[in-house]
Ligand binder design. Structure first.
Ligand code: B1M
Length: 211
């Protein structure tokens, strides 16, 4: 449908006025919210993710695209809650204790949402107990940990140990990311995945939930 393409294009351009307008128009035409999400918003963010990965789009453009997606999501969220449209999984994501950097985390959250995950943002400076609590409360499939400081990345191990200790959270997949982190570090602390950037975080989350 041409309107889906118009919506996807508005997301890719980061035009939040147009994304709201087209979404509202589709809702008024009684198109199911899940279809608008999948065929318009996610399709648009999918292109953004690919362009970001290929260095054809940069962080500011991705954030602007994500803002356009959020504007449209505000219209769809109550309708999606009503219809129970399927989610790809529930992700609790936060920046670890002592760390206030949230730009990367927010980007990852937006890309996950754009790809069809339900994201619970635990915020910044999040202690391990709060990650466990939020994971339980929200029945998370994935916990995402972000850290930008070499001094705070070390607390990731403690969070993973706390999650594995609790029978209610022991099987939840944990992904980590942030500038100082590496795959080797992820392996050494028992994380299920490491993502060097936001679009890889989507790929890895999808892969982990398939297993
Ligand atoms: Co800070 N800071 N900062 N800072 N800051 C860095 C990280 C630093 C490298 C700058 C430097 O010295 N060159 C340095 C860390 C050094 C180190 O530990 N090795 C540093 C420092 C030292 C500090 C303070 C200690 C400075 C001070 O007060 N003396 C202080 C610490 C405060 C605290 O957290 N307790 C501090 C404060 C700040 C500001 C508040 C001013 C601000 C943060 C604002 C905010 O986030 N709301 C800030 C900023 C902006 C930066 C830099 C300049 C940019 C970070 C950023 O947002 N990048 C940064 C230098 C740099 O990186 N060039 C720096 C853009 C963002 C999109 O990238 O976060 O890497 P990034 O996220 C990427 C990937 O890493 C990945 O995907 C994202 C998108 O591709 N990713 C994930 C991130 N999280 C992920 C999670 C995943 C998966 C992927 O799964 C869950």
């Amino acid at each position: 449908m041409a309107k889906y393409q118009e919506l996807a294009d508005a997301i890719i351009r980061g035009d939040n006025i147009k994304s709201k307008e087209v979404t509202q128009d589709l809702v008024d035409k009684k198109i199911p919210a899940g279809d608008i999400l999948g065929e318009g918003l996610i399709a648009g963010m999918d292109v953004v993710g690919k362009k970001f990965k290929a260095n054809e789009m940069y962080i500011p453009e991705v954030l602007i695209a994500a803002r356009a997606m959020h504007a449209a999501m505000d219209i769809l969220k109550p309708l999606l809650a009503e219809t129970g449209a399927p989610t790809k999984g529930i992700a609790v994501i936060g920046t670890v204790q002592g760390d206030l950097h949230d730009i990367g985390k927010n980007l990852v959250s937006m890309m996950l949402e754009g790809a069809g995950f339900t994201v619970v943002d635990a915020g910044v400076d999040v202690p391990s107990e709060k990650f466990v609590e939020a994971a339980k409360e929200n029945k998370a499939d994935i916990v995402g940990l972000s850290a930008l400081l070499t001094t705070t990345m070390t607390s990731m191990k403690e969070i993973i140990v706390a999650l594995r200790k609790d029978p209610a959270t022991k099987d939840i997949k944990v992904i980590i990311g942030g500038a100082p982190l590496t795959q080797e570090y992820a392996d050494s602390i028992g994380a299920d995945g490491f993502a060097p950037d936001a679009s890889s975080a989507v790929d890895i989350s999808e892969e982990l939930l398939k297993k």
